[in-house]
Design a protein around this ligand. Structure first.
Ligand code: SAM
Length: 280
C-alpha cells in the first residue's frame, strides 16, 4: 500500500460509516498513522506505507467509525490559534466558545479573572495569552479534566499567572483571589431531556458532567449567578456561554442580586450564545 492508496482506503471506510467530513478526517487519520504532515501526505502519494503504519491506520479508523471524537484520537484540538492536548475526561473545545473569549477580551483588559469549569483550559489560556497584565484562576471539578488543563497550562510561558484549582463551586475558590474583575465560564447547559439526542461522538465519549445542565440546562448558570455578586469588584462582569433564546428568556426573567444583564451575543448561526452581566 502507498500513501495514495491509504488515503482512498480511509476515505471509503469513513464514507461508508456515514461520517460527514470523511475526506478531511481520512487525511487527518492518515497523517496520524503515518506520522507525517498533510502537505507531505498530499505531496508524496507514491511513498510506501509500512505494515505497522497500515495496522495503526486500521485501528484509528475503527475508533473513528465507533464515533470516538477525532480530537481524542489525535490527542489534540485547535482553539484560539493554540494546539491544545485533549482526551477522555475533558470537553473538546468548540468554535463557538471563541466568541466567549472575544467578548471577554472586549470587556477585560487587566486584573484577575475566574474561568469557571476550565476543562482543557482553553478559555483561560486564550485570555491569558492576550492580556499580559492578567491573572487567571482556573476552577474545575473533574480530576480528569484537570489533568488536561495542567498539560496545556504547564507548556505555556504564562503558567505563573494562573492557578489551576480543584473545586466544585464559587465558595471553594481561595480567598486571596477575591475580589475578581471578571468571571467567565462555559458551564454545562444542555437540558437533561436533550442529552439522549446528542450526536454519538458527544453522547458516548465526552463527559456528561461537562454537558448536562439539569432540567432547563441552567443549574450551574444559576449557581454561578447566585454567588458572583460577593466575589466581583463594582463594575466587574460575568460572561457565560449558554444554549439559545429560551435560556436567555429564563435568565432575563430571573432577578439576580447585584447584577444587571447587559448584553446577549449570538454565534455565527444566529443562536443566542453569550450572556453578560455587570456588577452594580
Ligand atoms: C462545557 S465544559 C467547558 C470546558 C471548557 N471551559 C471549554 O469551554 O471547552 C464545562 C466544564 O465545567 C466543569 N464543571 C461542571 N460542574 C462544575 C462545578 N460545579 N465546578 C467546577 N467545574 C465544573 C466540567 O467538568 C467541565 O470541564
Amino acid at each position: 500500500m502507498n500513501r495514495e492508496e491509504a488515503r482512498r482506503f480511509a476515505l471509503e471506510r469513513l464514507k461508508a460509516s456515514g461520517l460527514p467530513r470523511a475526506a478531511l478526517e481520512a487525511d487527518l487519520l492518515c497523517t496520524e498513522a503515518l506520522s507525517c504532515s498533510r502537505e507531505s501526505l498530499l505531496a508524496h502519494p507514491e511513498e510506501p506505507v509500512g505494515p505497522g503504519q497500515e495496522k495503526q491506520l486500521v485501528s484509528l479508523l475503527e475508533a473513528r467509525i465507533l464515533r470516538r471524537p477525532l480530537a481524542y484520537i489525535r490527542g489534540q484540538a485547535s482553539f484560539w490559534g493554540m494546539d491544545l492536548e485533549v482526551g477522555e475526561g475533558c470537553l473538546v473545545p468548540r468554535p463557538e466558545t471563541e466568541i466567549l473569549v472575544e467578548t471577554a477580551l472586549e470587556l477585560f483588559h487587566c486584573g484577575r479573572f475566574l474561568d469557571w469549569g476550565t476543562g482543557s483550559g482553553c478559555v483561560a489560556l486564550a485570555i491569558l495569552s492576550e492580556r499580559n497584565n492578567s491573572r487567571g484562576l482556573m476552577l474545575e471539578k473533574s480530576p480528569a479534566a484537570i489533568f488536561w488543563a495542567w498539560r496545556n497550562l504547564s507548556r505555556t510561558a504564562f503558567r505563573d499567572r494562573a492557578l489551576l484549582w480543584h473545586g466544585y463551586s464559587l465558595e471553594s475558590i481561595p480567598s486571596s483571589w477575591v475580589p475578581l474583575d471578571m468571571i467567565v465560564g462555559n458551564p454545562p447547559y444542555i437540558p437533561t431531556s436533550k442529552m439522549a439526542s446528542l450526536m454519538p461522538d458527544v453522547r458516548f465519549y465526552e463527559p456528561h458532567q461537562a454537558l448536562d445542565g439539569g432540567p432547563d440546562g441552567l443549574d450551574d448558570v444559576k449557581d454561578i449567578l447566585a454567588g458572583a455578586n460577593r466575589l466581583l469588584v463594582p463594575g466587574g462582569t460575568v460572561l457565560l456561554e449558554i444554549g439559545g433564546a429560551r435560556q436567555v428568556n429564563t435568565l432575563r426573567s430571573m432577578p439576580v442580586e447585584g447584577l444587571d444583564l447587559i448584553r446577549v451575543k449570538k454565534d455565527l448561526s444566529g443562536k443566542d450564545r453569550i450572556v453578560v452581566w455587570r456588577h452594580r
